[in-house]
Design a protein around this ligand. Sequence first.
Ligand code: TXA
Ligand code: MG
Length: 337
Amino acid sequence: MDTVWMKEEEIYKAAELLKQGEVVSFPTETVYGLGADGTNDAAVKKIYAAKGRPSDNPLIIHIANLAQVNEYAQGISEKARIVMEHFWPGPCTLVLNKKGPLAETVTAGLDTVGIRMPDHPIALKLIELSGKPLAAPSANSSGRPSPTSAEHVYHDLKGKIAGIIDGGETGVGLESTVLDLSDSCKPVILRPGGISKEALEAVIGPVMFKPELSSQSDVPMAPGMKYTHYSPSEPVVIVSENGIGWKKAIRHYENKGEVIGLLASEDIIKEFKTTHNCSFSLGDKQDIASASKRLFKGLRYFEETKATVILAESYNRIGIGEAYMNRLEKAAGNKVI
Ligand code: TXA
Ligand code: MG
């Protein structure tokens, strides 16, 4: 199949393809999504096929106005309404009790559904023009870093999808926070993202992280326990704040004959860059938003270099730092030095 590369002005063409049951990638404020009509089972199946995504992992649906929430969710609690009011459009997906004519494959058989209203003019316009809720996971091949540009999508999915709308680089750079409010007494963050736990708690009170998430920071280096998620082709190792430090870590891998890719803040790169290694700057160490925006691009960057191992910088788990560390730990399979 030819994958059509579309500019923003060609959004009408993209909406037509969606109406015909095709899949099209579009920009959101977080990462690029791979959209299909969420009420068309055959179309949604094409998403799973193009990504190579396991069919038991549910998709989220993207809506453009609040009336659409009432069409696809029921028993919506006061807390859910408050979160929508404060954070939509924006990088927060709500898991709610499902209702209405959604394709069975969207929710992978669950009786809940993830819904979000993206904060991006192209995404909102595309949803409106298509007249449907758009089921859309991140537009990467399953297991790869999520795409933050149309080029990333093209690299992974060309020939497998009908089109891509190029809206430039995405802003947040990490996927939305997934907040389970299907039981309003127990709000649980299933995936940290652009809206922090602190920001949610300021408006709805106590929120928990899913237990598996909070334990990850302390998991020791465990070869063989590698996740295959957000993974570039080179192994990733996190240089921890309380580990052996950059100098020794670099020497350790150089002695093994590795070519190092430094994925780090400007200061670390200035200090440790040599002619033998490669580097990709995450920006100023104080600027966690910049590091989050650039993480996935950086992971993909080293595939075009001679680097054989990526040493990546650890950041404080404050605000979006929680999401940054969550993605980095998965990319590294929890390998820390
Ligand atoms: O920022 C984002 O959320 C991006 C953009 C494109 O909107 N989308 C995205 O989709 O990251 P995806 O499919 O890559 O991740 C959705 C996450 C998955 O971890 C999935 O397991 C979870 O949301 N999820 C979806 N529906 C769910 C449900 N009913 N219950 C629990 N988890 C759900
Ligand atoms: Mg994804």
